[in-house]
Design a protein around this ligand. Structure first.
Ligand code: SF4
Length: 307
């Protein structure tokens, strides 16, 4: 750590204590942000942690919908998102208005929203899911048809695993689309011993070439297995920091150096310090939306993790 980062970290940690704050960071965050977090994890793990915390302030080092989940689950806490522009482009691909219109066309379908969606969209859904439990959530539903928003690729992957009829929304993650099948083919030749692990937000052509399809939390657990010494990692490259930190001596190769989520990288140490000093920007879901969205999130949390 450089002198500047060390100084910043010291200031942040002392202010964090004064404010009684907890730092929750997604696996895609910058390495220096992951290093000061109380907990680093995937969307499901972060939601579970937010639900348990007794801190007064939750500093969410992730993107906007994640901070909304903290607000949905902990309405009496202050939730800070150190850069309010850190939104998820995939989450923005569906709005509550458009979802309501779509629901009218499929009145008997259960609506399942990926956690990467706004609180308003969750409020219009029967149940929420993450990539760690999507298959389990869909299997738990007894309806014939499922309207799934917004990620068409996760939806498609789940339909192949469950055999359910899924009506897909045309959303996608621009970062995961940067991972190409030819990247995996080339890297497999270069690292024949390596396991290829990809996130279900990847395209089917990429998923078909993988040994395992896992959420980021699942990828971290898989990497700890004794028999894994080299891994080609098909997701946002921020996770490589955590994998290397937790598994010294093992080799982790990003499937694509281009798989960077610019919104995740908006959260920096400087912004965390400023956010804690000014206690802004705060994310607060309006109560009427929160209560409806909470039903969808609570149903998911009861189902838990599948991996
Ligand atoms: S990696 Fe993709 S899904 Fe995740 S926050 Fe970035 S754009 Fe959204």
């Amino acid at each position: 750590m450089g002198n500047r980062d060390a100084e910043l970290t010291e200031k942040i940690l002392s202010l964090k204590k004064r404010r009684n704050a907890v730092f929750l960071a997604h696996n895609y965050q910058l390495g220096e942000v992951q290093n000061i977090a109380d907990f680093v994890g995937d969307s499901l793990e972060l939601s579970q942690n937010a639900a348990k915390t007794d801190a007064n302030v939750i500093v969410f080092c992730g993107v906007h919908f994640m901070a909304e989940i903290a607000s949905i689950l902990c309405p009496d806490r202050i939730v800070l998102l150190p850069d309010i522009n850190a939104g998820c482009p995939m989450a923005d691909m569906v709005t509550a208005k458009r979802l309501k219109e779509r629901k009218q066309k499929f009145p008997s379908a259960a609506v399942v929203c990926y956690i990467n969606s706004s609180a308003e969209v969750k409020a219009e859904s029967n149940v929420c899911c993450t990539s760690a439990n999507a298959v389990k959530v869909i299997e738990s539903l007894d309806t014939e048809e499922i309207l799934f928003v917004p990620d068409q690729y996760l939806g498609h992957y789940v339909s192949t695993k469950t055999g359910k009829k899924m009506i897909l929304w045309p959303g996608f993650c621009p970062t995961h689309l940067r991972i190409r099948p030819e990247d995996l083919t080339r890297l497999r030749q270069e690292y024949p011993q390596a396991k290829v692990v990809v996130h279900p937000e990847c395209r089917p052509e990429v998923i078909n070439l993988a040994d395992e399809v896992l959420s980021t939390g699942g990828i971290c657990r898989y990497a700890r297995r004794e028999n894994i010494t080299q891994m080609i990692v098909g997701t946002e490259i921020g996770i490589i920091h955590r994998l290397r930190k937790e598994n010294p001596g093992k080799r982790f190769i990003p499937a694509s150096e281009q798989a960077i989520c610019p919104r995740m990288k908006l959260i920096t140490l400087e912004k965390i310090l400023w956010s804690l000093e000014e206690m802004t920007p705060q994310v607060k879901v309006p109560e009427e939306i929160r209560l409806k969205a909470k039903l969808a999130v609570d149903r998911m949390l009861q189902i838990g993790r599948a991996e």
